[in-house]
Write a protein that binds this ligand. Structure first.
Ligand SMILES: NC(=O)c1ccc[n+]([C@@H]2O[C@H](COP(=O)([O-])OP(=O)(O)OC[C@H]3O[C@@H](n4cnc5c(N)ncnc54)[C@H](O)[C@@H]3O)[C@@H](O)[C@H]2O)c1
Length: 357
């Protein structure tokens, strides 16, 4: 690993990942390849923007020429692929962009890597790697009591987002099998932590609760997720890149099973404690049950035996501590939040998603 292209590095997880590897891998050069869609924000990397080992490239993963020239110009030997349309609710309101970015974009990257690494034999095969970042949502939904998903669980995606990610996983695997492209895939559960775009559940609840606005909870709030702190996720990806077996898939999860309602209640209690508001106490009173997401998956649970057994990875954050740290982070970064929330695109989408619920 010398020259790493991180796609989607201006997004939530990608920016955390870049910060972490710039800090931990002193010999690496990191190229952040991002189209800066609504979800991309270079402010998330302001602290490392001046590092001589970091460079931003504004580019679209769906553009074969742009991708090919980025690989060549910077002699990329490792691709860590985060770029995607990532919000399930957006995939329900407008699925086309998900197919274009997640399926065609991944295909375009794979094909450019095949050409540059394999056809042109630019580097020894052992020194290149395509790492694909995927989701637990490819596995569908679990009933109460059903065992957690392993790497062998058959895919059963339920939303257009999940289907587009499943398709991209299959493409990656097929490039490994057919052309011998060295790859790894990680499927992770719901992430939370610093720099998460403020339309996803945890930031929406923190920010609304802080401002005394209603706290929208879909359906009965009993949907169960496996919450993973973004820094634990990034450490797992780093381990897979450096020690994971080529051609392997690893599940990553946070080892917890709270219902969404319990996440919302915990955030309310944390805020009541650290930022008490006489008008809105307790903040749990702000909870409002709203119309459920169509086809809302009921429960996700990841079996992380493989990654912990093979690579010794375990999440470092407990959910309680991770949520407390995340609430503190949003409280101490009001400018970062405001710069996103003032954009028309953000306001328009929040209205489209919540007003008719
Ligand atoms: N957030 C989660 O909880 C979660 C859970 C499981 C898996 N994942 C996966 O992790 C990856 C990162 O998720 P995230 O939450 O950081 O996403 P995000 O939406 O915060 O960021 C996505 C980034 O990709 C960029 N991008 C989008 N389309 C692009 C294109 N065509 N070309 C180049 N860049 C483009 C955006 O500008 C943005 O910076 C995604 O692949 C997602 O499917 C996320």
């Amino acid at each position: 690993m010398k020259n790493v292209l991180v796609t989607g590095g201006a997004g939530f997880i990608g920016s955390n990942f870049i910060r972490q590897i710039i800090k931990n891998e002193k010999e690496l050069r990191v190229y952040n390849y991002d189209a800066l869609t609504y979800a991309g924000n270079l402010d998330s990397l302001a602290d490392i923007a001046g590092d001589p080992r970091y460079q931003f490239i504004q580019g679209n993963i769906c553009d074969p020429e742009q991708v090919a020239s980025a690989l060549r110009e910077h002699q990329i030997d490792t691709i860590v692929h985060f770029a995607a349309e990532s919000h399930v609710d957006r995939s329900i309101l407008g699925p086309r962009q998900f197919i274009e970015t997640n399926v065609m974009g991944t295909f375009t990257l794979l094909d450019a890597a095949r050409q540059y690494w394999l056809t042109e034999q630019t580097f020894p095969k052992e020194s290149v790697r395509f790492h694909h970042v995927s989701t637990d949502e490819v596995f569908g939904s679990l009933k109460p009591g059903e065992p957690a998903w392993t790497e062998e669980t058959p895919y059963a995606p339920n939303s257009p987002y999940a289907a587009s990610k499943a398709a991209s996983d299959h493409l990656v695997r097929s490039y490994g099998h057919t052309y011998g492209l060295p790859f790894t895939i990680t499927n992770c559960s719901n992430n939370y932590g610093p720099f998460q775009f403020p339309e996803k559940l945890i930031p929406v609840i923190i920010l609304n609760a802080l401002e005394g606005k209603p706290l929208p909870v879909y359906g009965d709030g009993q949907q169960v997720r496996d919450w993973l702190h973004v820094e634990d996720h990034c450490e797992a990806i780093h381990l897979v890149l450096t020690k994971g077996a080529t051609g392997s898939t690893y599940n990553i999860g946070g080892e917890n099973q709270p219902a969404n309602l319990s996440i919302v209640e915990t955030i309310c209690d944390i805020l009541d404690e650290i930022a008490p508001s006489p008008e809105h106490r307790p903040r749990r009173d702000l909870i409002q049950f709203v119309k459920d997401r169509p086809g809302h998956d009921r429960r996700y649970d990841m079996d992380t035996t493989k990654i912990s057994g093979e690579l010794g990875w375990r999440p470092r954050h407990t959910l309680q501590q991770g949520l407390l740290d995340t609430v503190h982070w949003y409280l101490s970064h009001p400018e970062w939040v405001a710069s996103i929330r003032q954009k028309q695109e953000y306001k328009g989408w929040m209205d489209a998603n919540y007003k008719s619920r």
